[in-house]
Design a protein around this ligand. Structure first.
Ligand SMILES: Nc1ncnc2c1ncn2[C@@H]1O[C@H](COP(=O)(O)OP(=O)(O)OP(=O)(O)O)[C@@H](O)[C@H]1O
Length: 255
């Protein structure tokens, strides 16, 4: 099944007078896929996410989720930003359970608590439910933020550079952790990153924004099987892809 389909989508900021950012852009993502979006700064990655979660509307064209206009699919996308946005005055469990409080049918406190504890255990944060987010390390905070995104119930997870603020070693372990969660959750993941190696490590497919306005996305299949480890990145096919992607992005930056 196709999870997400952009068909001939055009979009511009600043009403009808600004330049087009997207010009009849079409692409699709299949259910359960892990796809990364790469592109230079300002290419339009975050704007694509804002169109998917309804914060922006296309000028023309359609965005479908499972064949239905995405605007009619409530809570289809779960967005996880770069900053974890955990509230320091709430416990970890109350942060994670927030989507259940804000959801259509607000659940009672005990049910919310039970669901928050279950998801915290799933992300390896059992025992941290009653702590303040301030007592968590950077990687643990991102795991809590991911747990909160899971509790939105969204089938399509939009992860916007979720590891970019973490130190290198934590980033490496979070990548493996995310792949394991993806394997278990079987949800579709769209992952925005500036980091070519991160995109190769995580994804089945990489979509690169190369033109302005964006008319198409260059597609690359990652020639690595799962499970992946740091050693996977040393394989010749991965190194070739890395070189090709870096050359492509470097050309874009100087274009
Ligand atoms: N609210 C806005 N009003 C007008 N222009 C905007 C607005 N938000 C973004 N833009 C412009 O749209 C273009 C794409 O921005 P976007 O944030 O989607 O890029 P990005 O690829 O996510 O960048 P980065 O990697 O730096 O986060 C940029 O030229 C940006 O200046």
């Amino acid at each position: 099944m196709t999870a997400l389909e952009f068909s001939e989508v055009s979009f511009r900021y600043a009403g009808s007078s600004g330049p087009l950012l997207l010009d009849r852009l079409s692409f699709r993502v299949e259910a359960g896929e892990f796809v990364s979006i790469l592109g230079p700064s300002g290419a339009g990655k975050s704007s694509l996410f804002r169109l998917m979660n309804g914060l922006l509307l296309p000028e023309s064209g359609s965005i479908l989720a499972e064949g239905v206009p995405i605007a009619e699919k409530r809570r289809y996308c779960g967005y996880m930003p770069q900053q974890d946005l955990l509230f320091p005055w709430r416990t970890v469990a109350d942060n994670v359970g927030l989507p259940l409080e804000l959801g259509e049918k607000s659940l009672d406190r005990e049910t919310r608590r039970a669901k928050a504890e279950a998801v915290l255990e799933a992300v390896g944060l059992q025992g941290w439910a009653d702590k303040s987010p301030l007592s968590l390390s950077g990687g643990m905070r991102q795991r809590a933020a991911f747990a909160r995104t899971l509790l939105t119930g969204a089938k399509l997870l939009l992860l916007d550079e979720p590891f970019s603020a973490l130190d290198y070693m934590t980033r490496l372990s979070m990548r493996e952790w995310l792949l394991e969660r993806w394997r278990q959750e079987k949800r579709t993941i769209l992952f925005v990153t500036h980091d070519v190696e991160e995109a190769i490590f995580l994804s089945e497919r990489i979509l690169v924004i190369t033109s302005r306005p964006v008319r198409s996305l260059r597609e690359f299949r990652v020639p690595l099987s799962y499970p992946r480890s740091v050693e996977s990145l040393g394989q010749a096919a991965a190194l070739d892809l890395k070189r090709e992607l870096i050359q492509l992005l470097a050309r874009e930056m100087t274009a």
